[in-house]
Design a protein around this ligand. Structure first.
Ligand code: ZN
Length: 366
């Protein structure tokens, strides 16, 4: 499919009006001030972020890596591992940074590969106070632990960004096809969506407390990238995500290499989790990324004692963007996340899953 895409050498600015594209050549790049550090143009450096919630004598810092280009342009930020068990984004950020040369850059890239180092070191999604960090942005200076960590990240780093990619994975034995979750009602994110090549796009307004929502609320265009599942390194997904982000960097003219024209992408305006009405051994009949029709069998649940087997069918046509691994499940377990397209009117009435009831964190995996 890639062979059919015609690459154009940095002509996108002739064709699209833009708010994020790099500044004209004549402008001088300025030092970037972040985490109380003045970074000179053309610098490739690593800083330390500390949200200050630990003993001074027994503390850890979170690395923040910066490539501050020689020439002026947008500051693109990437965050990963707000959930400590989500590791694919760490590798995506490493690969993106490896591909960039500050002397050729018109703009800057800032990466925080392991935001929730606390959870990462303990192999868990959560902070040590058992809270989900991605529900507490923009945070509170004198609030709970999670609110303070969120406040520190948001004010020390995120406010310096011109755009933000927040990298996640599926949660609790579930995989996500590489996908962008974004509030498609926001005009400000259009350039990001156009520049990210070849990923499935899912409309999602997110929720109060999510990093991308807090960033969008203060005018920093932000989207979530979902790749694979927790704990596991998904090499193919990492490759797709890295390639897509490098295309965005080129599309924004931070690098002046080949960039692809915005192309029609698989875009969905509603996504819904299918829950199992049965408990037992769950075995999937579909693959991640597969298109399904209403009535297709998604999977089966077998009772290990009685041998009774029940079938779970898709309630509508769509694409499987998230899928549970084969495992033992209880009733109500979310087994498949199906995205679909509807007419424009339905975007406005699309449920945020269910506003009347709290949604389990695991089913709102970003
Ligand atoms: Zn996550």
């Amino acid at each position: 499919m890639k062979k059919n895409i015609i690459a154009f050498l940095s002509i996108s600015s002739l064709l699209f009006s833009s708010t994020l594209l790099a500044a004209p050549e004549k402008d001088q790049q300025k030092p970037l001030i972040i985490l109380d550090t003045k970074i000179q143009p053309g610098s490739d450096t690593s800083l330390q972020w500390n949200s200050g919630q630990n003993f001074n004598s027994l503390d850890w810092n979170t690395p923040v890596i910066v490539k501050h280009g020689l020439n002026p342009g947008p500051i693109m930020c990437m965050t990963s591992t707000l959930h400590g068990d989500e590791i694919n984004g760490i590798e995506v950020i490493r690969r993106v940074f490896k591909a960039l040369n500050v002397n050729e850059m018109h703009g800057s890239v800032v990466g925080v590969p392991i935001v929730n180092l606390d959870g990462f070191l303990r192999n868990t999604r959560y902070l040590s106070d058992r809270s989900d960090l991605n529900r507490f942005f923009p945070g509170k200076e004198n609030g709970s632990t999670a609110q303070r960590v969120a406040y520190s990240l948001f004010n020390e780093i995120i406010t310096r960004c011109d755009l933000l990619l927040d990298l996640h994975t599926g949660s609790l034995h579930r995989n996500n096809v590489p996908q962008v979750r974004a509030n498609l009602k926001l005009e400000s994110i259009k350039e990001i969506i156009d520049g990210l090549s070849d990923l499935t796009i899912v409309h999602s307004e997110g929720n109060a407390g999510m990093l991308r929502n807090a960033a969008n609320d203060i005018g920093i265009p932000a989207v979530t990238l979902e790749i694979g599942g927790p704990f596991l390194f998904d090499r193919k997904g990492v490759e797709e995500g890295t390639e897509s982000i490098l295309n965005l960097i080129s599309y924004l003219e931070i690098t002046r290499k080949f960039s692809f024209f915005p192309q029609a992408k698989a875009t969905f305006n509603i996504s819904t989790w299918v829950n199992s009405d049965y408990a037992g051994i769950y075995m999937s009949d579909v693959s991640i990324g597969q298109n399904v029709s209403k009535g297709d069998i998604i999977g089966r649940v077998a009772d290990p004692i009685s041998n009774k087997e029940d079938i779970i069918a898709s309630p509508f046509d769509g694409k499987v963007i998230g899928l549970a691994l084969d495992q033992f499940i209880h009733t109500g377990f979310a087994i498949a996340h199906i995205a679909r397209q509807t007419d424009e009117k339905e975007i406005d009435s699309s449920p945020k899953l269910d506003e009347s009831l709290p949604i389990p964190d695991v089913e709102r995996d970003d």
